[in-house]
Design a protein around this ligand. Structure first.
Ligand code: IMP
Length: 219
C-alpha cells in the first residue's frame, strides 16, 4: 500500500493547544513528517470552529479534520476525545466537555466547566459500587487530505474507573475528568496523579497517535 501522505507533506494539527502539537511532534519524530499547529496558520485571521454535530468520536474527528483541511488547503490531523462510563450507558461521550449543560456551550471557563461536569458524574453514579464504575477515555484521530477526504482514522482507549466520593477528586496534573479517573489495572492513582510523560505514554491520545504513526510507517 502507498502512504496516504505524499512525500514532503506537512501535516497541520487541528488544535490550538501547543502541548498537543509538541506531543505529536515527538511521536512523529522518526517519520520525518513536519507538524505545524493551527496557531501557525492563522495569519489571515482565526479559522472558525466547526459545530461538532456527530454522535460518535469517529464522526466528530472526521468532520474536524475535513473542515480544517478545506479551509487551510493542507493535510490535517484532528482528534476528538471524551469519557465513556459504562454505568451511564456510555455518557458523557461526545458531550464530555459540556456534560453539565447537556452539551450546550455556555462560554464558562474550562476550570468551572470541569468542576460542574465532574460533580454531575459523581452525582449520577451515587450508590454505584466500584466494580460497576468502569470507564474509559477515548480518542479518535483522523487525517484528511486538502479536499477534505478522510484517508486514515484510528482510535485509542485508556481504561479505568470512576472513584467513589471521598476517594476522589485527587491529583493536580491533567485536566477534565482526570481527578475522578482511577487508572486500570490497579485503580490506585487518578489520571491527575500521573506525571505528564506517564500519562502521554498510557493515554488514549498517545495510543491513537502511535496507531496513526504506525499506519503511516507501515505503508
Ligand atoms: P476534546 O477532544 O478536546 O473536545 O475533549 C473533550 C473532553 O473530554 C474534554 O473537555 C474533557 O472533558 C474530556 N477529556 C478528554 N481527554 C481527557 C483526558 O485525558 N483527561 C480528562 N478529561 C479528558
Amino acid at each position: 500500500m502507498n502512504s496516504p501522505l505524499p512525500p514532503g507533506t506537512t501535516l497541520a494539527l487541528a488544535t490550538g493547544n501547543p502541548h498537543k502539537v509538541q506531543e505529536m511532534r515527538a511521536i512523529f519524530a522518526d517519520l520525518r513528517i513536519p507538524i505545524i499547529g493551527l496557531a501557525d496558520l492563522t495569519a489571515g485571521g482565526p479559522i472558525p470552529e466547526p459545530a461538532e454535530t456527530g454522535d460518535t468520536f469517529e464522526a466528530n474527528s472526521a468532520l474536524k479534520a475535513a473542515w480544517y483541511a478545506r479551509r487551510t488547503g493542507m493535510w490535517c490531523l484532528a482528534d476528538d476525545s471524551g469519557l465513556e462510563i459504562d454505568a451511564l450507558g456510555g455518557r458523557p461521550g461526545v458531550i464530555s466537555s459540556h456534560y453539565s449543560t447537556d452539551g450546550r456551550e455556555t462560554g464558562a471557563a474550562r476550570a468551572e466547566r470541569d468542576a460542574a461536569n465532574n460533580a454531575r458524574v459523581l452525582r449520577e453514579l451515587q450508590g454505584v459500587p466500584p466494580e460497576r464504575r468502569a470507564a474509559r477515555f477515548v480518542c479518535v484521530m483522523s487525517i484528511a487530505d486538502p479536499e477534505g477526504r478522510v484517508v486514515l482514522q484510528r482510535r485509542g482507549e485508556f481504561e479505568g474507573r470512576i472513584g467513589l466520593p471521598g476517594q476522589v477528586p485527587r491529583g493536580s496534573h491533567g485536566f477534565g475528568y482526570d481527578p475522578l479517573f482511577l487508572v486500570a489495572p490497579d485503580f490506585v492513582r487518578t489520571g491527575a496523579e500521573l506525571a505528564e510523560s506517564e500519562k502521554n505514554a498510557r493515554s488514549h491520545r498517545g495510543a491513537a497517535a502511535r496507531l496513526i504513526a504506525s499506519a503511516l510507517r507501515s505503508v
